[in-house]
Ligand binder design. Sequence first.
Ligand SMILES: *[C@@H]1O[C@H](CO)[C@@H](O)[C@H](O)[C@H]1NC(C)=O
Ligand SMILES: *[C@@H]1O[C@H](CO)[C@@H](O)[C@H](O)[C@H]1NC(C)=O
Ligand SMILES: *[C@@H]1O[C@H](CO)[C@@H](O)[C@H](O)[C@H]1NC(C)=O
Ligand SMILES: *[C@@H]1O[C@H](CO)[C@@H](O)[C@H](O)[C@H]1NC(C)=O
Ligand SMILES: *[C@@H]1O[C@H](CO)[C@@H](O)[C@H](O)[C@H]1NC(C)=O
Ligand SMILES: *[C@@H]1O[C@H](CO)[C@@H](O)[C@H](O)[C@H]1NC(C)=O
Ligand SMILES: *[C@@H]1O[C@H](CO)[C@@H](O)[C@H](O)[C@H]1NC(C)=O
Length: 656
Amino acid sequence: MSFSRAFESLFLAALLLGGGILTQVGCFSFNFPDFPDKEFLKLSDNSRIFKGAIQVTLDSRSENLENKSGRAFYETPFRLWSKSKGGVTASFNTTFQLNINNMTNPGGEGLAFILAADTTLPEGSDGQWLGIVNASTNGSAQVVAVEFDTRQSYPEDLEDFHVGLDVNSIYSIQQVSLRGLGITLANISAANDTWARVEYDGENITVSVNGTGEYMPLIMSLPLNLSAYLPEMVYVGFSASTSNDTQLNCVRSWKFEGEDIDEGLELLWVWITIPAGVIVIISGIVFYLFWERKHREQPEDAYPRIEDQIRGSSMAPRKFKLRELRRATGNFNPRNELGKGGFGTVYKGLLADKEVAVKRVSKDSRQGKQEFIAEVTTIGSLRHKNLVKLIGWCYEKGELLIVYEYMPNSSLDKFIFGDEKLGLQQPPLSWERRHTIIHGVALALDYLHNGCEKRVLHRDIKASNIMLDSDFSAKLGDFGLARTIQQKDVTHHSTKEVAGTPGYMAPETFLVGRATVETDVYAFGVLVLEVICGRKPGNQGDQHNSYNNGIVYWLWELRRKDRILDAVDSKLAGEFVEDEMTGMLLLGLACCHPNPNQRPSMKTVLQVLKGEAPPPLLPAERPAFVWPAMPPSFKEDTDNAFIKSQLTPFTELAGR
Ligand SMILES: *[C@@H]1O[C@H](CO)[C@@H](O)[C@H](O)[C@H]1NC(C)=O
Ligand SMILES: *[C@@H]1O[C@H](CO)[C@@H](O)[C@H](O)[C@H]1NC(C)=O
Ligand SMILES: *[C@@H]1O[C@H](CO)[C@@H](O)[C@H](O)[C@H]1NC(C)=O
Ligand SMILES: *[C@@H]1O[C@H](CO)[C@@H](O)[C@H](O)[C@H]1NC(C)=O
Ligand SMILES: *[C@@H]1O[C@H](CO)[C@@H](O)[C@H](O)[C@H]1NC(C)=O
Ligand SMILES: *[C@@H]1O[C@H](CO)[C@@H](O)[C@H](O)[C@H]1NC(C)=O
Ligand SMILES: *[C@@H]1O[C@H](CO)[C@@H](O)[C@H](O)[C@H]1NC(C)=O
C-alpha cells in the first residue's frame, strides 16, 4: 500500500466518521437570485429574459409595448393538494422582487403572482385583465392571483398602486392601497424595487410588501381554501399586462418553498460530515498535496473513456441528460440535499413523479471517477431485492451523477446509533426488524459473492451503507468501492486495493493489502454485532483499526466471561428470545474470526439465519490472529471453483 493511498484512505475514513442530523426538507423549492436564462421557466409569447430579470411583458427594446399580456411560470407544476390524501393542502412561501418601470405617465397595467391550472396565456388578457383572465373567462378561470396593480382600470378598483387578492376573476376579494402605505409600486423616472412575500399555510393567505426588502410588513391576511378553487397540480409564476399606457413588468428575483405533501412534512435525513478533529485537517492537507501531485502527473481520463467503460459493461443502465437531473433536483438545490459523503452529495429528486436519489460525485476527484465507473458498472448490472436499485447515470459537462431509487427511511446507522449531537433519536428498531435487516444484508452479500454472473466484492459494508425502504427492508447501497472480479486477473479471488472503513476492516487487511470475500464477511460480522448491540464498531478516532479495542474484542471478552447477552442493546428492553440472540451474536463473532479461513461463507451465514444450520461453534476465548493465515487456500484449485461454489466451508469450523 502506497503512502498516498494510506493517507487517502485515512482522509476518507475521517470524513466518513460523521454524525447525522435530522432536518425538515420541503421538496418543491427553488431560488432564483436572478434569471440568467430561461432555464426552468415556461415563458409565454411577449415574455422574455432580459438583463437578468423576467420581463413578463415585453422589455424596453420593443417598439410597441402597448396592449400586451404575458405569463412566466416555473416549468414544473406544484402539488397544491391531494385528493387521495383526504384533501390535504400544501403550504408554501414565496418571496419575489418586482421592478416596474413606467413607460407612460401613468403606467399600466400591473403585475401579478399567480397560481394557475395551466400555463396558457388567455387571448385578450391585456389591458385591465393583467394576463390573469380575459373577458370571457373572468369569473370561471381556475386561477388565484395576488395582483400588484398600477392603475385603476374599473370603478371597483382602488386608485393606482394597490395589492389585491383575485380568485378566478379580476375583481379582487380584498384590496389594500400601497399608496396609502407610502409604497411607490411604479415610477417613470426611477425604476424602484418592490419586495413582496406571499405565505400560505393551508388555511390563510398573507401578503407582505416593502419597497426596500429589509422588512416586509404584513399588509393582508385572510382565510382562503385554495383547494376549493384550484386543481391538485398548479403552475406558479407571474402574469402582467399593458394597455395603451405601458410599463416594464420585471421580476428580478424569486424564491419559492413549497411543502411536499406526498411526503408530508416527514423528517428526512441530512448527513453532516463533522470534522473528526485535527486529523481531518491534517490528513486533508496531506491528501490534497498528494492529490494535486497525482493530478499533475496523470491527466484525467477523457470523457469518452468513462462513457466507453460504462457502455461496454453488460446491461448498462439508462443514461440521463444533465438537464433532466438538474430539473429533477431543482438544480441541485441545497434544500433537496439528502446526504453528503466523501465522494459527493446526494439529492432528492423527482423524475416523472417518481422519487429518486441523485448522487452528484465531487467533480474534481480522480477517486470520484473510479468510484463512479465502479458503481455504475457493478450495481448497474445487478438485480436483487436487497440491493439499492440503480436507475441511471449521467456524465456531462464534468458532472458525474448516479440515480438510485429513493429510500424513505434513509440509512441504518440513523436507527441504531441515533444522533448524540442533536439528541434526536429515531424510535428504536425492534429485534424482529433488526433480524430482518441482518437477513436482508446477508441475502444481498450472498448474491454478490455467489449468486451473480461475476463475483462482486462490496468492500464497504457498514451501517451507513445499508439503506432502509419504507417497510424497513434493508438494501445494500454505495458500491463506490465495489470491484467486479474478472477471472483473468484473479489471484486469490481478491482485489488489490485496500479500501473500506476503519472498524469494519478485517485484521489481515493491512497485512495482505487486498480485499477478499472473507474481508466482506468480516465487515458483515461487525455489522451484525453493531445492529444487535446498538454500538459503533470501534474506537472512533482510531485510524489503524486496532483489533484490540473495537466491538469485536469487547464481545470476545464478554464471551470469555460467559456473559455475551450483556452486549445486547438495552433499547430492546429484553424483548427477544435468548437462545436466538446468543446464536446471532456467535454468528457475528464467527464472521469476525481473526483468521479469514475460519470465517463462514455467506451461504453458511444464511443457513444459520434460516435455522437450517446450528449457530457456529466458537472457542471460549478469542483465538490468536495467525499470519500468514493457515491452510493455504484450497479454494483456488480450479479457475471455476469460486464462481458458484461455497468458498470457505463452514463445516471446517463446525466440525471441531
Ligand atoms: C413558511 O414560512 C413560515 C414562517 O414564516 C414557516 O413556519 C413555514 O414552515 C414555511 N413553509 C414552508 C413550506 O417553507
Ligand atoms: C379568452 O381566452 C380563451 C382561451 O385562451 C379563448 O378561447 C377566448 O376566446 C378568450 N376570450 C376573449 C374574449 O378573448
Ligand atoms: C418617482 O420618483 C421620483 C424620484 O424618486 C419622485 O420625486 C416622484 O414623486 C416619484 N413619482 C411617483 C409617481 O411616485
Ligand atoms: C387563520 O386565520 C384565522 C383568523 O384570523 C385564525 O383563527 C386561524 O388560527 C388561522 N389559521 C392558521 C392555520 O393560522
Ligand atoms: C376546502 O375545499 C375542499 C373542496 O371544496 C373541501 O373538500 C375541504 O373540506 C375544504 N377545506 C376546508 C378546511 O374547508
Ligand atoms: C390598445 O388598446 C386601446 C384600447 O382598446 C386602443 O385604443 C389602442 O389603439 C390599442 N393600441 C394598439 C397599438 O393596438
Ligand atoms: C389610453 O386610453 C384611455 C381610454 O381607454 C384614455 O383615457 C387614455 O388617455 C389613453 N392614454 C394614452 C396614453 O393614450
